[in-house]
Design a protein around this ligand. Structure first.
Ligand code: PHE
Ligand code: NA
Length: 499
C-alpha cells in the first residue's frame, strides 16, 4: 500500500510555501530590467492588467485543479479528462528543465557571495564573470568541466534534496517559513541602503519615467504577461502540486490573493532598490542610467559586482545581495523539484523518499554534468528562452483550451473554490480566463514565428536545435508515452478517498 499523501498542516504553511515559490530570481533581477526595457513607469499598466486579469485568475484555476483532485499535475489533469493527462506531464517536464538550469544560477549567486567579500573580480567584472569564472568559449558543444562552478552546483543540489527529503511540512513549509521572513528583512535593509546612495533619485526616475508610446507595442504586453507567469510560478505544475497538499476546507482564493499581491509587492520593491543602486553607479561614473542598466544575467553578475566595487561598504552589501538571491532561489527551487517528485511517486506508486532520491537525484546528475561546462551557459540561456516563451505559455494555452474551452470545467472549478473560499468567483472570472486564453494563443504563435525566423541571440542551430526545439520535442513525446502507462491501483484508491 502506498504511503499516505502528505499535507500542509495549516493555511499559513501553504501561503509561506507558495510565496517561497513565487518570490525568486524573477523578482530580484528579472522584473527590474524587464520593466526598464518595456516603457519604464508605463510598464506598470500592462503589468497590473496582466496580474489582475490573467495571473491571479489563473492562480485560482490551478489551485482548484490541484485541490479538487488532490493529485500531482498529471493526475490532476487525468481527473479532469483521461486524454488531458499529457498536459500535466508536459508541465512537469518544463519544471524538470527549469530546475536543471535554475540550480546553476543559484550556484553562481553562492559563489558571488564569497567573491563579494574581497571583490574577486578586480576591475573587470565582465571579463571575470564570463572568462575567468564561467570559462566561456565560442557557442558550440564542449563538455569540458569548469570546477569553480561544479562545486557550488553540487552544494545547491545537496541542499535542495536535503530539504525535500524532510517532506512537505517539515521540509518545504518549515524552510519557507524561515527563509521568506529572513529574505524580506535582509532585502529591505538593502533597499533602504540603496535609497540613501547619492544618485538614487536619478535611478528611480529612469525606472519610473513612463514612456506611454510603449503601450502601443504588443511586445510590451507580451513581456508583461511573461513576467507575471514566470513570477507567480504559474503553469509549471507547482501550484497544482502545492494546492494538492491542502486540507479540504481551505480558503483558497483568499490565499491566492495574499500570494499574488505579496509577490508583486516584493517585485516592485526590488525594482526600486536595484534602480536606486544603478542611479548611484551612473552618478559615480558620470554616465546615464541607461548605460549601466544592462539586461538579465549581466545585471546581477556583471552590473552588481561593478557597483559593489564602487560603493562604501560594498563587500557587505554584495554579500547580502547575493545571499538574498540564494535564499529567494532556494525556496523556488524546492517547489519546482517537488513537481516531478510528486508526479512520479504517484505514477509508479513509490514512497516519498525513494521518489525524491530517484527523480531529484536524476535531475541533479544532469544538472551537474551539463551546467558547469563550457557549453553550459549557452544551454542554460536557450533552455530558459524556450521553456519560458514556448513551454510555459504553451502549457497555459493547453490548460485553458482543453479544460476551459473544450471540456467547459470552469463552472465546476468555480463551484469548488466558492464552497471553501472567502473571495467568491463568478462569471467575470470565467470570462477573464477565456480572454487570457486568446491572448496566450497570440503570444505563443508570435513567439514560435520569431524563433523560427530570427533564431535566438545568434546561437548556432546545433544549440537552439538541441536545447530549444529538441528539448520541447522530447518533452512532448515523453508526455504522451508516460500517459500511456497505467496508474497504480494504490494511487487511484488514495485519490478516490480524497475527493
Ligand atoms: N516565481 C519564480 C521567480 O520569480 C520563478 C520560478 C519558480 C522559477 C520556481 C523556477 C522555479 O523567480
Ligand atoms: Na516571482
Amino acid at each position: 500500500k502506498a504511503p499516505q499523501r502528505e499535507v500542509f498542516v495549516s493555511r499559513s504553511a501553504f501561503i509561506f510555501a507558495a510565496i517561497g515559490s513565487a518570490v525568486g530570481l524573477g523578482n530580484i533581477w528579472r522584473f527590474p530590467y524587464v520593466t526598464y526595457d518595456n516603457g519604464g513607469g508605463a510598464f506598470i499598466i500592462p503589468y497590473l492588467v496582466a496580474l489582475l486579469t490573467a495571473g491571479i485568475p489563473l492562480l485560482f484555476f490551478y489551485y482548484a485543479m490541484g485541490h479538487r483532485s488532490r493529485g500531482s499535475a498529471p493526475l490532476a489533469y487525468r481527473m479532469v479528462h483521461k486524454s488531458a493527462e499529457p498536459i500535466g506531464w508536459f508541465a512537469t517536464g518544463i519544471a524538470i528543465v527549469i530546475g536543471i538550469y535554475y540550480a546553476a544560477i543559484m550556484a553562481w549567486a553562492g559563489s558571488y557571495m564569497i567573491f563579494s567579500l574581497n571583490e574577486a573580480w578586480g576591475d573587470d567584472a565582465e571579463g571575470f564573470f564570463f572568462g575567468e569564472y564561467l570559462k566561456m568559449g565560442d557557442p558550440g558543444i564542449s563538455f569540458e568541466f569548469v570546477p569553480a562552478v561544479l562545486i557550488p552546483v553540487i552544494i545547491v543540489w545537496i541542499l535542495v534534496l536535503g530539504i525535500l527529503l524532510l517532506g512537505v511540512q517539515k521540509g518545504i513549509a518549515r524552510f519557507s517559513k524561515i527563509f521568506i521572513p529572513l529574505l524580506i528583512v535582509l532585502f529591505l535593509a538593502l533597499v533602504v541602503r540603496s535609497l540613501f546612495l547619492p544618485g538614487a533619485a536619478e535611478g528611480l526616475n529612469a525606472l519610473f519615467t513612463p514612456d506611454f508610446a510603449a503601450l502601443a507595442d504588443p511586445g510590451v504586453w507580451i513581456a508583461a504577461y511573461g513576467q507575471i507567469f514566470f513570477s507567480l510560478s504559474i503553469a509549471f505544475g507547482i501550484m497544482i502540486t502545492y494546492a494538492s497538499y491542502l486540507k479540504k476546507k481551505t480558503n483558497l482564493t483568499g490565499a491566492g490573493l495574499v500570494v499574488g499581491f505579496s509577490n508583486s509587492a516584493f517585485e516592485i520593491l526590488a525594482g526600486i532598490g536595484i534602480f536606486a543602486a544603478l542611479g548611484f553607479m551612473a552618478a559615480a561614473q558620470g554616465v546615464e542610467v541607461a548605460d549601466v542598466a544592462t539586461d538579465g544575467i549581466g545585471l546581477a553578475f556583471v552590473g552588481f559586482p561593478a557597483l559593489i566595487s564602487e560603493m562604501p561598504g560594498g563587500p557587505i552589501f554584495g554579500f547580502v545581495f547575493f545571499a538574498c538571491l540564494v535564499f529567494a532561489g532556494l525556496t523556488s527551487m524546492i517547489s519546482i523539484v517537488q513537481v516531478p517528485v510528486q508526479a512520479l511517486r504517484e505514477k509508479f506508486g513509490v514512497g516519498n523518499k525513494s521518489s525524491t532520491l530517484f527523480v531529484g537525484g536524476g535531475m541533479a546528475v544532469i544538472s551537474i554534468l551539463l551546467m558547469p561546462t563550457v557549453t553550459g551557459l549557452y544551454a542554460l540561456d536557450t533552455m530558459d528562452a524556450w521553456a519560458n516563451n514556448i513551454g510555459i505559455v504553451g502549457s497555459a494555452v493547453l490548460a485553458i483550451v482543453s479544460v476551459g474551452w473544450l471540456l467547459r470545467k470552469l463552472p465546476m472549478f468555480s463551484r469548488h473554490l466558492n464552497a471553501v473560499s472567502s473571495f467568491k468567483l463568478g462569471i467575470t472570472w470565467m470570462i477573464l480566463i477565456s480572454i487570457t486564453g486568446v491572448v496566450l494563443v497570440y503570444m505563443l504563435i508570435t513567439q514560435i514565428i520569431t524563433f523560427i525566423t530570427e533564431g535566438y541571440e545568434g546561437y548556432p542551430g546545433l544549440i537552439t536545435g538541441t536545447f530549444g526545439w529538441g528539448m520541447i520535442g522530447v518533452l512532448i513525446v515523453a508526455a504522451v508515452v508516460l500517459s500511456l502507462i497505467r496508474w497504480p491501483k494504490t494511487t487511484l484508491a488514495e485519490m478516490d478517498a480524497a475527493i
